[in-house]
Design a protein around this ligand. Structure first.
Ligand code: OGA
Ligand code: NI
Length: 338
């Protein structure tokens, strides 16, 4: 029999004892386990955003459109977020998860409606099998509404997060403009029509080393429910993206971000672009940090296919709904937590 966990967070479980077997509540049934050997030899496009401002904008917009249509995922370089901001963000996230258990637990909550909370797994109130992940979720737009809720240790935590999320907010805006244009819509289409007052959330994901990575997940396959996700990962691989029924591993490239289309862009594009299944696997040797920024509509935002993309040949695939309605249904199904 595998031991029962003594710690609430996986990071504390791993640091408190030298475990050789994972506790039974992390073990997936055989049919649901990741097959770590069976990774498809493919990659997602890497797009240089340098020419997004300038005479070659249309070319970059085209590349983004192609990537959204064919993959739902792409990487970006020359994105305007300074290298030091990225390095500081990863460093402070690592330090946060190294804090003593009692310090971290000050922010712990299993209530998904909390705007700042540390938790573990996915949704521990509802799921049957736990995941090998701890995470800190933060609402971060507008920063001044939330910054006082964020943990204030390690030292400098709030300032670094604020700097990072203001910088990625600029990138999210550029991407939403380019994605609108790539669909033949006005560049402000997403920002004016799909966002409402706009929200931005972040997660700091921490995946400790795992003695039996073939029995469990960091995060099982899911789609992101928001508009656009900007994922930062450290140098340790773990993200896998579904493509033609296979799992493709996304190797980390320093100072790039991974961008993916969420469910709301799928709806707005009337299924021209698809929100793609992705997951995080863990490994025996190395901890891994990943930091997704979720660019979302506000709860009252009206979402629906852009009327320009609805024709008699391609009728609307979705009816209009508010993001709040969508989110509540998802929450009940617990298939995502954005
Ligand atoms: C997520 C996610 C992937 C990763 O948090 O929604 O997909 O690599 N994370 O951690
Ligand atoms: Ni995701």
């Amino acid at each position: 029999m595998a031991p029962t966990p003594k710690a609430l967070l996986v990071s504390d479980l791993v640091s408190s004892e030298n475990i050789e077997q994972i506790p039974s509540n992390y073990i997936r049934p055989i049919s649901e386990r990741p097959n770590l050997q069976d990774v498809y030899d493919d990659t997602i496009p890497l797009i240089d955003l340098h020419h997004l401002s300038g005479p070659n904008r249309a070319h970059v917009v085209n590349q983004i459109g192609e990537a959204c249509r064919n993959y739902g995922f792409f990487q970006v370089k020359n994105h305007g977020v300074p290298e030091s901001t990225i390095a500081n963000m990863i460093e402070i996230a690592r330090e946060f998860f190294k804090l003593p258990e009692e310090e971290k637990l000050k922010t712990y909550s299993d209530d998904p409606t909390q705007t700042t909370r540390l938790s573990t797994s996915f949704n521990i109130r509802t799921e049957k099998v736990a995941n090998w992940r701890d995470f800190l979720r933060l609402h971060c737009y507008p920063v001044q509404d939330y910054i006082h809720e964020w943990p204030d240790s390690p030292e400098g935590f709030r300032a670094r997060i604020a700097e990072y999320c203001q910088s990625t907010c600029g990138l999210a805006l550029q991407l939403s403009e380019a994605i609108s244009e790539s669909l033949g819509l006005d560049k402000d289409y997403i920002n004016n029509n799909q966002l409402g007052k706009h929200g931005q959330h972040m997660a700091l994901n921490y995946y400790p080393p795992c003695p039996q990575p073939d029995l469990t997940y960091g995060l099982p396959g899911h789609k992101d429910s928001n508009l656009i996700t900007i994922l930062l990962q450290d140098e340790v691989p773990g993200l896998q993206v579904q493509r033609n029924g296979h799992w493709v591993a996304v190797s980390p490239v320093p100072n790039t971000f991974i961008i993916n289309i969420g469910d709301q862009v799928q709806v707005m594009s009337n299924d021209k672009y698809k929100s793609i299944l992705h997951r995080a696997v863990v490994n025996c040797d190395k901890e891994r940090i990943s930091i997704p920024t979720f660019y979302c509509p506000s709860r009252d935002a009206m979402i629906g296919p852009a009327s320009e993309l609805v024709t008699s040949d391609e009728p609307a695939v979705y009816q209009q709904f508010t993001y709040g309605e969508y989110y509540d249904v998802l929450e009940q199904r617990t298939c995502n937590r954005e």
